[in-house]
Write a protein that binds this ligand. Structure first.
Ligand code: FAD
Length: 472
């Protein structure tokens, strides 16, 4: 009986336990991707990026004698229909950890099992299943350092070769055409510009990891905070869609550590563990996605208007604060943003503009091609001060000081801010290509004045913080 391989955020052939187990059954394997409510709920850029990923993944399946079947509708109904059409006896998938997916998957699993269909979920998205890491007292970790100590020496999942060939059914079930789905259609942004910064798929991911290990990992510890330097791995979008396994990143970095020594590889492993920690937190406390982790923040006088004039300036890269604008433009053009820059723009929004982190979280969800529910929520709550193991609210980044420190020769600012440059680089001009016309931005216009004087913004934020403390 055929095995249905239900693909979600695991668009790869190597290190894919659910796929390997399906092939091992010796029966035909029917790979399917379902456009269900979870896909519909994705922001515009993640949907667009998903479309790129599906396109490449379908090609690599075809090269191995298989196909990617595309269906839409509630996952339970689609799977039922496919089981009826193909006579499948099993459904395999890689586990997901956000509350919506867990509810969906749990219901599907018990329903299939009750009907005698083998429903098997596998690890593959994470190095450490969230429920396998617990504190001495038996709870979950709320602070990263002890979490890291608990996981750093653990063995992680195996490297599994991609199957040469996937056994095909005699007759393939019908599939939608990916072009008809128009997944990228909601992205009102110069997709051609974004496409130049996006290379989807497993081969591209592996090439990036190899390049990173060869050329950058040795400097990773010292230079990873300098946003103009190509020192970080750029693997986040691939990890987000599962185009590369975290196992592979982990094993390869460990090999570098053992061969090269130095602190670069170890620091990289630690960053991979931050991703794990984000999932650990989300799994044990899904509330992190939607509300202040620390309830005492609920009475903070956040502003929460996503259309406020200063918030729009933040979104559109025209706050008049160079580091913030450079970063927001980098995001708009590439779909990604350097980690240091994410910290700066998040601090600016939540502190200088006193805007609720949820507004920033939602904007990132809409615009990042590496959007990840767990890392995004953790990152925002960290920056806002409301999260576990967060930066204290009163520690307010000064974007100008940060720029001097982490962009000492102005390379990052020049790469993204065209205004005031005689011949701006392509990246800076790309921004104006990629913005919607209604934003009315042009490279020749003068660079805007700051939406808020930095000292004033800082004072206002601290006063709000103090008043809240005295309230509480
Ligand atoms: P590298 O420095 O090469 O790190 C390797 C990998 O480790 C990354 O690909 C990522 O998977 C993981 N990682 C590194 N730093 C972090 C971190 N702080 N938290 C969690 N995982 C980490 N990351 C996302 O993947 N998606 C998001 O939606 C996202 N939103 C964020 C929002 C805010 C406000 C902040 C402060 C951070 C956010 N991050 C997010 C984390 C981090 O900024 C990115 O993972 C990183 O910049 C990606 O670049 P890279 O792959 O070159 O990272």
């Amino acid at each position: 009986k055929p095995v249905i391989l239900w693909l979600r955020r695991d668009l790869r052939l190597a290190d894919h336990p659910a796929l390997t187990a399906a092939v091992a059954e010796g029966a035909p394997v029917i790979p399917v991707f379902i456009r269900d409510e979870q896909v519909e709920a994705l922001g515009a850029a993640p949907r667009w990026r998903l479309e790129r990923g599906l396109e490449v993944f379908a090609r690599s399946l075809a090269a191995r004698g298989s196909r990617l079947i595309l269906r839409q509708g509630p996952a339970a109904e689609v799977l039922d229909a496919l089981i009826a059409e193909t006579g499948a006896g099993a459904v395999h998938w890689t586990r997901a950890y956000d509350p919506g997916a867990r509810d969906r998957d749990g219901a599907i699993k018990s329903d299939l099992k009750a009907r005698g269909i083998a429903a098997r979920s596998f690890a593959g998205h994470l190095l450490f299943e969230p429920w396998t890491v617990s504190t001495g007292a038996g709870g979950f970790y709320r602070v990263f350092t002890p979490y890291w100590k608990a996981v750093r020496g653990r063995p992680v999942g195996p490297l599994l070769p991609p199957p040469e060939h996937l056994p095909a059914p005699d007759r393939w079930p019908a599939s939608d055409a990916l072009e008809d789905w128009q997944l990228g259609a909601t992205m009102h942004r110069g997709a051609a510009v974004l496409a130049r910064h996006t290379e989807a798929g497993e081969a591209a991911a592996q090439a990036r990891l190899d390049r990173f290990c060869d050329a950058a990992i040795a400097q990773y510890q010292d230079r990873r905070d300098f946003p103009a330097e190509p020192v970080t791995s750029g693997l986040s979008e691939y990890l987000s869609l599962g185009e590369i396994s975290p196992y592979r990143c982990w094993h390869q970095a460990q090999r570098q550590r053992d061969q090269l020594g130095g602190s670069g590889p170890e620091t990289f492993l630690k960053e991979l563990a931050w991703r794990e920690f984000a999932y650990h937190l989300m799994f044990h406390s899904p509330h992190i996605l939607t509300g202040n982790w620390r309830p005492e923040w609920d009475d903070f006088p956040w502003r929460e208007d996503p259309g406020a004039a200063d918030v729009l300036a933040w979104k559109q890269g025209r706050t008049g604060v160079v580091f913030v604008d450079a970063a927001m433009r980098e995001l708009w053009v590439t779909g990604k943003m350097h980690n240091r820059a994410r910290m700066i723009v998040a601090s600016f929004l939540t502190k200088h503009l006193m805007t609720h982190w949820r507004v920033g979280q939602a904007w990132f969800e809409e615009t990042l091609t590496d959007w990840d529910p767990a890392s995004n929520a953790m990152g925002w709550q960290w920056a806002a001060g409301s999260g576990p193991d967060a930066a204290p609210y009163f520690r307010i980044f000064n974007p100008d000081t940060q720029l001097k420190r982490f962009d000492p020769d102005g390379a990052y600012a020049r790469a993204w801010i065209a205004e005031g440059q005689k011949s701006p680089p392509e990246t800076a001009l790309d921004f104006f290509q990629a913005v919607p016309r209604r934003w009315r931005l042009a490279p020749g216009a003068p660079y805007p004045d700051p939406v808020i004087e930095l000292g004033e913004g800082r004072k206002r934020a601290l006063a709000a913080y103090e008043s809240r403390k005295s309230m509480g």
